[in-house]
Design a protein around this ligand. Structure first.
Ligand code: TRP
Length: 317
């Protein structure tokens, strides 16, 4: 596909970043490359797998506690979603929150954001939907709704916080604290530490969808950056690291091999790996301590009967 000059510059920067990751002591590739069209479809499939408990569990927690959630959020709030907001969980909130001043989805991927914002407008014609194209890991300017919000409530579902390093998560919470403003709050999905067998099964499903999702990243890079990964010579690995409290997802090389990305060639030995994602799991105390460092106090925690997952309402001190 022919690229215009601006697109080419973005690609060059991304290529530099990609090469930089592969030059680290442990090779790594940013998880953002999971999500080409096929990757997004596969992730959608993951959320419906019997072993992948987070999506369904979080949804259940939202449904079971929506009245209490709505009363904590209060009337005429502005709901600021970090992410493009295409999930069923967002719709449950929009259905139940009282006289929302605005719904502000924030995402870096403009096409996807505007498409899902349009979808939300059609489903909620009276709602002031104000999408913001931004990298939400950095402070950004909020739009001004038609109606003055009573408070800002940041929404961050899916335990996506767990995909950041601890430092990254801490910084992101600080950005959320800033965007929430005085009297603001954060409603966040947080996956919990539990029997590692349950966690590992969630990322090693028996149908092999997660493996396919992980490997698809290499196909994406071959297509987008003219890389030449031999996709069949890598295997999916997801292991729970108990010391760090996180699942670590890698692509393991099945043989000594070489590959090129841009003009650079790399060699990787048999059983060596490329790190593609972390997914941190938290204790309630551990998460509260992290939130506190960012200036949030945990006001309410909802969990499921099996204590697999939590939804938490944090307020600014
Ligand atoms: N945010 C999801 C999670 O950490 C992403 C995810 C689910 C994922 N399954 C995966 C990422 C498999 C990489 C590989 O649970």
């Amino acid at each position: 596909m022919a690229k215009n000059a601006a697109q080419q510059i973005v690609l060059d920067d991304e290529l530099d970043e990609l090469i930089d990751g592969l030059r680290q002591p442990e090779m790594m590739i940013s998880p953002k490359y999971f999500y080409d069209e096929r990757g997004s479809q596969l992730f959608d499939e993951i959320t419906r797998l019997p072993e992948y408990y987070p999506t369904e569990t979080e949804l259940g927690i939202m449904q079971d506690n929506i009245d209490e959630i709505a009363s904590l959020v209060g009337r005429q709030a502005s709901l600021i979603e970090f992410g493009s907001g295409s999930s069923l969980k967002t719709r449950i909130l929009l259905d139940h929150l009282d006289e929302l001043a605005a719904y502000v989805p924030v995402d870096i991927s403009e096409d996807h954001l505007l498409q899902s914002a349009q979808q939300i407008r059609e489903e909620f014609p009276d709602l002031d939907v104000l999408p913001v194209v931004a990298d939400f890991t950095q402070p950004f300017r909020l739009p001004t709704p038609r109606v003055m919000p009573v408070r800002n409530v940041v929404y961050f579902p899916g335990s996506t916080i767990g995909n950041f390093t601890n430092d990254g998560a801490q910084e992101l919470l600080a950005v959320m604290h800033g965007e929430a403003g005085a009297d603001g709050a954060l409603l966040i999905g947080v996956d919990l530490q539990k029997d590692p067998a349950i966690i590992e099964a969630a990322y090693n499903d028996s149908a092999g969808v997660t493996a396919e999702f992980n490997l698809n990243m290499l196909r994406h890079l071959n297509r987008e950056f003219g890389a030449d990964f031999d996709v069949d010579a890598f295997t999916h690995s997801a292991e729970y690291n108990e010391d760090e409290g996180r699942i670590e997802i890698r692509l393991v090389s099945e043989q000594d091999q070489e590959f090129t990305v841009g003009s650079q060639s790399f060699s990787i030995g048999k059983d060596e790996a490329i790190l593609t994602e972390y997914s941190h799991k938290y204790t309630l105390d551990g998460f509260a301590a992290m939130a506190e460092t960012a200036g949030f106090r945990v006001k309410r925690v909802w969990t499921d009967a099996g204590r697999l997952f939590s939804v938490q309402y944090l307020v600014r001190d």
